[in-house]
Design a protein around this ligand. Structure first.
Ligand SMILES: NC(=O)c1ccc[n+]([C@@H]2O[C@H](COP(=O)([O-])OP(=O)(O)OC[C@H]3O[C@@H](n4cnc5c(N)ncnc54)[C@H](O)[C@@H]3O)[C@@H](O)[C@H]2O)c1
Ligand SMILES: [Zn+2]
Length: 604
């Protein structure tokens, strides 16, 4: 039962999903699944039992039903070792395998909630049992020997059963293992019935027996700020907190964390409904995952889809989003969810600030720029014909969920542009992070742990500045490094996306470094490293790197003067003393800037 409403303006499509249909048509377990996901918090469901008990086939279906990721520990071990499990056994022996298995399971459990299927011998390891008890809810899929034997015979990949008498070997294993499996918190009998039936039984037994989780934020990384000290585990979401007293919130960063959206929302605001705002590009790529996750957690959601692009950050756009949110019966206790890049974050965040004098909202940023910058800090805005972001509000989100895997679908030029803002954090205040980026930037582009690390360090840097200066009266201005020059080039090119914001910022940062060197503030060697790194990543660093005709110096100076960072005839720029050491200079002589830009434009 879903209703699709196309508003008068074709730019806005509102699709209303009846997540809770009439009782007679509702699947029997939908509420149970939602309740269960809400109670799990970040804990995973860990399936234990013998090979052939159905851990993978049942686990996969259970995960789909709950809208959680399914993870097979054996696959992860094989990937980590770069060889098959029979090969690990043959080459290194069982004790070696068990140690590695314990380590991989511990790491996987830091990335919950998920449904995790473990190998038959995993639960026999005391260390593994302790980890599972701490971070998961164990369910033993208990099957009779005959059933197991029948199922296992079809496969040849089980090293422990490659003996002359597999039946006897299996009986021995059962004798040894079943008393230990009995330590699992729940037991469900695996037998020859459809997998979905076993899934129903698992959900039933867990809903009846799992107590609500205490929280949703495992703080598994240290709070140390230096880039060199934080080493993320590949599958564990990193949590950065934004310390704003009663408006404090978490930024959860990790691969595939989008699938946990529903569980996190349900845990944060039990019973709340949601308006899920996104743009048409993101809707085609990631809305399905968000929708499934919310549905599985029992969160009733209205979907609001706007046209992609800066044009939606308009009076017309905000009017339509606000009206769609109101039409979706979103009340003060409900949530707005912004799923998309900075445009959606700014637009949906501003709508959340306005509707009913303010409802809470969750940022689910899907561009690199949004993950490291716009989703954090609570600035929301739309554009006016007079300029960008002139109408807006400070409105902090209650949660930021940054799925680093969502960036895999981002056009490369968008990723590269967002990377300029990542480099910015190194250049403005963290020289060690800049060093790290010089060595690891390709890994950041490739994805994986380095990407998560770079995003986490960036968010931590922004969170620290925002916590010191929420309303930009002081050093939050440092975040504008490269932006005064950058905005001028961006505005000269037109705000229709001809020059991507990040590209303009990269050029602006290069110019800020060069100008600082010119003023005798910064060593030339630091400027050269900053410029070389931006250029290596494919970002523009010279006026000549920009496509199209260069703007004239008069236009640029006009635009710089219009920028809000101007006081009493003097210009305010963020300048640098060194790599990682930016400061606010509020007495910059306009004539010096004009001379500098004239020279740069001529050298193009
Ligand atoms: N509030 C703040 O503090 C702040 C800070 C910086 C920038 N901003 C604002 O952010 C906006 C720019 O953000 P942006 O660069 O994210 O632009 P955007 O939201 O327009 O996204 C860029 C493009 O990528 C698409 N897209 C988004 N996620 C995708 C994905 N995962 N896969 C494929 N395509 C995807 C979008 O549809 C769009 O076409 C500007 O309006 C700027 O003013 C705000
Ligand atoms: Zn920026």
């Amino acid at each position: 039962m879903s209703r699709r409403v196309v508003c008068g303006n074709p730019r806005l499509i509102v699709i209303q999903n009846a997540i809770h249909p009439e009782p007679e048509t509702a699947p029997p377990d939908r509420t149970a699944a939602g309740t269960l996901v809400g109670r799990l918090g970040v804990r995973s469901i860990v399936l234990v039992g013998m090979m052939g008990a159905g851990k993978s086939s049942v686990g996969r279906r259970l995960a789909a039903r709950l809208g959680l990721p399914f993870v097979d520990a054996d696959n992860e071990i094989e990937a980590a070792a770069g060889m098959t499990i029979p090969d690990i056994f043959a080459k290194h022996g069982e004790p070696y395998f068990r140690t590695g298995e314990a380590r991989v399971i511990a790491r996987l459990l830091d990335g919950g909630p998920q449904v995790l299927a473990t190998g038959g011998g995993a639960f026999m390891n005391a260390e593994t049992r302790t980890v599972i008890a701490a971070k998961g809810i164990s369910v033993w899929l208990k099957a009779e020997a005959e059933i197991l034997l029948k199922r296992i015979k079809r496969r040849g990949d089980r090293p422990l059963l490659m003996t002359d008498d597999p039946a006897a070997t299996l009986r021995n294993l059962i004798e040894e293992r079943y008393p230990v499996y009995a330590d699992a918190r729940f037991t469900v009998h695996s037998r020859d019935v459809p997998h979905e039936k076993i899934v129903d039984e698992i959900i039933d037994v867990l809903v009846g027996g799992v107590d609500p989780a205490g929280g949703v934020s495992p703080r598994q990384t240290s709070g140390k700020p230096s880039a060199m000290t934080v080493q993320p585990t590949p599958r564990a979401p990193t949590v950065v907190d934004v310390a704003l007293g009663e408006r404090a919130y978490d930024i959860v960063i990790g691969r595939d964390v989008l699938a946990s959206l529903g569980a996190r929302v349900a845990a944060l605001r039990p019973g709340a409904r949601a308006a899920l705002v996104t743009d048409a590009n993101v809707a085609g790529l990631h809305l399905g995952t968000a929708r499934a996750s919310l549905a599985a957690a029992g969160v009733d959601a209205v979907e609001v889809v706007v046209a992609p692009g800066e044009g939606s950050k308009s009076w017309r756009g905000i009017e339509q989003v606000c009206e769609a949110v109101i039409a979706g019966r979103i009340e003060r206790r409900d949530l707005v969810i912004a799923l998309g890049g900075g445009v959606i974050g700014d637009l949906a965040g501003f709508a959340a600030a306005l509707v009913k004098r303010g409802v809470d909202y969750v940022q689910v940023p899907t561009t690199l720029l949004a993950q490291v910058d716009s989703s954090v800090g609570g600035k929301t805005a739309i554009d006016s014909p007079q300029g960008k972001n002139l109408i807006g509000a400070f409105h902090q989100p209650v949660l930021v969920l940054a799925d680093t895997a969502a960036l895999d679908t981002l056009p490369p030029e968008q990723f590269r542009a967002g990377y300029a803002e990542v480099v910015k954090y190194g250049l403005l205040g963290d020289a060690a992070f800049f060093d790290w980026l010089e060595a690891n930037w390709q890994e950041v582009f490739a994805g994986g742990p380095a990407r998560e690390h770079a995003i986490a360090v960036s968010c931590r840097a922004k969170a620290a500045i925002v916590a010191r200066d929420e309303r930009e009266t002081g050093d939050r201005a440092l975040l504008n490094l490269g932006h005064t020059f950058g905005h001028a080039f961006e505005a000269a090119a037109g705000f229709g996306g001809e020059l991507l914001h990040g590209d303009a910022v990269a050029l602006g940062m290069a110019l800020a470094f060069e100008f600082s060197v010119r003023q005798g503030l910064c060593p030339a060697a630091d400027m050269e490293r900053a410029v070389a790194h931006l250029a290596r990543a494919g970002l523009p660093v010279r006026v000549g790197d920009l496509a199209g005709e260069a703007p004239g110096v008069d236009l640029l100076m006009d635009l710089i003067a219009q920028d809000k960072k101007v006081k009493r005839g003097k210009l305010t720029f963020i300048l640098v003393r060194a790599l990682g050491d930016a400061f606010v200079a509020d007495d910059v002589d306009p004539a010096a800037i004009r001379a500098f830009l004239t020279e740069k434009l001529a050298a193009r």
